[in-house]
Design a protein around this ligand. Structure first.
Ligand code: GH3
Ligand code: MG
Ligand code: MG
Length: 350
């Protein structure tokens, strides 16, 4: 069947050749996860024809009668990524809509635009492609032509989706620890830096907890490295469940974890650190028929004492607290207390 000029449907084949309609009926180019297509045409006949074909080929279909209606639809979250756009529309024309889509699209997912035009508009095709259309179809067109263009559009959108997914997974790999799934060292430090800057602006404290698993070498030595790995994963899970969504937690080193608590003063940070310590040490880690109660020592520090090199100072203070917790017998929480002058005039941390 030939999709003819505005308002009519003709039986003539555009190519003067017949084609097997069953070939089209059976094929589904929309795929198992249907691509949503937006058909923008002021002609009810074209909207119905194109829409029916798209559904047959397993596309999801949204219809719009005018350019401004289409523009509204395209601004909704999760809007169609494939647009079949009539050139001549009563208000916003296809070219203007193409411009808008491209201007808005730099940050979002790609929208693939096929512009539909009458035969007389053919000489303006360069304008259409320059305006941002990806392809065009001259009316009247037949199903074969429409299907071919959709196939290309779908392929480009699939490729685009794969690229975005690959970029996301690379970004995740660059910022997360592969064993525990927590933020990695670089990223938790970046979180700390951001929170310190925000805290300075808002004049609020940031709490920092540095946790280190006690006698972890012994866990590996007696139960094996795989048990040790699972213990680290489980500790990561327990820490995460105990924290608020806007707190940050990362794997700082081998068996060291760093927690960033925005807007948290010292008394609260100590309570939170103890809560985390308890959730880690309260029930044994079980793996492959073995179990072991594993504890952690926590060092706590809170921002606000020193404007300069605050990140480094704070990390050193949390480390000093952790050192004190280890010294005092492990499975406990200690916080940094300001350095005292020794008799020899050296400073010594708590
Ligand atoms: P302490 O209580 O003083 O912290 O003693 P510790 O044994 O925990 O400290 P030490 O620094 O001697 O040992 C840390 C161990 O953590 C040694 C290292 O093999 C182990 N470790 C570090 N990263 C991993 C990891 O990804 N998987 C496993 N299974 N073990 C790890
Ligand atoms: Mg340790
Ligand atoms: Mg350690």
């Amino acid at each position: 069947m030939l999709i003819s000029l505005e308002g009519g449907v003709s039986d003539r084949s555009l190519f003067g050749a017949t084609f097997n309609a069953a070939e089209f009926g059976a094929a589904e180019i929309g795929g198992s996860r249907p691509v949503q297509a937006l058909v923008v045409d002021d002609s009810a006949v074209y909207r119905k024809l194109i829409g029916d074909h798209l559904r047959t080929w397993n596309f999801g279909v949204t219809l719009a009668e005018t350019g401004s209606e289409a523009w509204q639809i395209l601004q909704q979250p999760g809007s169609p990524k494939l647009v079949l756009l009539d050139w001549v529309l009563p208000d916003l024309d296809g070219i203007e809509l193409c411009h808008r889509i491209r201007q808005a699209g730099a940050s979002g997912p790609y929208v693939y635009v096929i512009l539909l035009t009458s035969n007389e508009g053919r000489q303006n095709m360069l304008d259409a492609l320059q305006a941002g259309a990806d392809d065009y179809l001259v009316k009247p067109f037949d199903e074969l032509e429409l299907k071919a263009r959709l196939l290309v559009g779908k392929r480009i959108l699939d490729l685009q989706e794969e690229l975005v997914a690959a970029r996301e997974s690379m970004r995740h790999a660059a910022t997360h620890d592969s064993l525990t799934g927590l933020l990695n060292r670089g990223e938790i430090l970046a979180v700390l830096q951001r929170e310190l800057e925000r805290a300075r602006r808002e004049r609020k404290p940031v709490g920092l907890i540095l946790g280190d698993v006690d006698h972890f070498k012994g866990v590996n030595d007696t139960l094996g490295h795989l048990f040790g790995d699972e213990a680290l994963r489980e500790i990561g899970r327990r820490l995460r469940t105990q924290l608020r969504v806007y707190d940050g937690v990362g794997r700082y080193g081998g068996e060291e974890f760093l927690m960033v608590l925005p807007n948290c003063d010292l008394p609260h940070a100590l309570v939170r650190a103890n809560g985390l310590r308890e959730i880690v040490g309260s029930t044994p880690v079980v793996y492959s028929g073995e179990e072991r109660l594993i504890t952690m020592s926590m060092g706590v520090a809170v921002s606000g004492n020193d404007g300069k090199n605050e990140l480094e100072t704070l990390l050193n203070q949390a480390d000093a607290g952790l050192y004190a917790a280890k010294e005092k017998g492990r499975n406990r929480t200690e916080h940094f207390t300001p350095a005292k002058k020794t008799a020899a005039g050296h400073t010594r941390k708590s």
